[in-house]
Design a protein around this ligand. Sequence first.
Ligand code: ZN
Length: 511
Amino acid sequence: MTRLFFLAAGLLSAFFDSFSQIQPCIDVRAARKDNGAGQGVYDFNNKWTPGAILTVSFLNGTEWQKEKVKQYAPQWCSYANVKFNFLSQGAGDIRISFDKKGSYSYIGVDAKNRKPAEETMNLGWINDSKTEGQLKSVILHEFGHTLGLLHEHMNPMSNIKWNKEVVYAYYLQYDGWSKEMVDRQVFDRYSVTMTNKSYDPKSIMHYPIPASFTNDGYAVGENFDISDSDRKLIAELYPSNKVLPLDNKTILWSKLENMNIEYNVTENGQLGMRIKQNFTIYNAQNSKCIMAVYFYNADDGKALVDQDGVKASADGKVAAFTYFNPGYQNTEYKDLSLFMPYDELELGAGNFRLKCYVALFDPNLKVITSSGYQYFTFSQGISCKEVKLEVKYEDAGQRIALTPIFTIENAKGVACHAVAYFYDERGVPLKDINSTYSTRESTIASTVDFTPGYPVTLYNNNQMDFTIYLPYTELHLPKGFYRLQYKVVLFDDKWNRIVSSQLYNFTFNQN
Ligand SMILES: [Zn+2]
């Protein structure tokens, strides 16, 4: 252990020559323990309502520190439909301290769970030892968290090949972090995330990574600005409503205000989401109008297709709607909402990036107006898209070694199984005779149990996690030459099948 640490420290001193010390912002959500395999919607329910005006107050700090915050934080508002209103007294939605260790911020509406006297953000590094770029960087980064953004190096698509021992040693030495803390703050990857689907090393939400932290020399420098994809993302999360040109305002027209989506709510025993759209509708007294919400896959832009006729539009798309009948010539709606049960999204197991929008219709089913898209991520069940296999014939050990390579999601802490099955060339399972490597049906199989440690866990990709072995003798074949096949199937803790590899051919010579 001691030796390992000295080795790492040697690498670190080399790295310091050209790099200032990393000041890692703590993800306060990752710092608390979560409870294993997740299901439902994450992260996107942490953002504020588009159009929100967030009040910001300071619990302490010098005028210079406060001015820096006021100078840089509003840069987000150029891209997001949200505003920061800095208070000179009283407690704001966002409460900033400067006197605690490090920098951190509660993620989005998690700030509401803090007591009014407690900070929702600490900016421990706003002092004159920092460059202007570093001041801007940390303020933009923490306000990114406040708007709901998460750490980009933990993006599921990032696939950084960490040199874990070096990283553990660094954070232990400079931040006193335990291995578990480093796992949660650096190596862990979000199951579904508010970062864009693609990984963006230029994101203001990325930690710097010196080349010594990775096995392949990959490095990320200090980012000082909101990146192009940060802009795109924050604009998606806080969309502006479409503005109708004046000449489009027919007799019956409407102005949309805030939209607010509550996720993971239960109505009539069904888990789902409630979409609330506030608006004012003009010249519509006693007109039976419709509010509808439509659902799309955000990646390909296609409408979700309805199969069962429940929560559907007339043309077979997934949609929910309600009638409303304005009581006045001009009527302001503050509480009109729609409930969408998750089951009626009619998606199977997996992670999905979705979007929805609200449209209002007049009594003749003519569109009055529609909202901007709201993006959210929906996740259900354990998912694994593909299993690839590497095979080795270990003649020294007289066994076949099958190494499955796969990424499994939403299975953290679940005791899963990987089973290899063997077949003859026609696909008939090979019979077992001694119940050693066997299924209940007395066919040959070899099983390895595994329990994923992360929401998104990559197995056998750039390090060896486990291999499934079958001794040659357990094939129970008489002397001769055989064409055989094998495949590996993954199961969850209740032996529900998650995914299967394809069938692979191999030849075997029994001497
Ligand atoms: Zn951070």
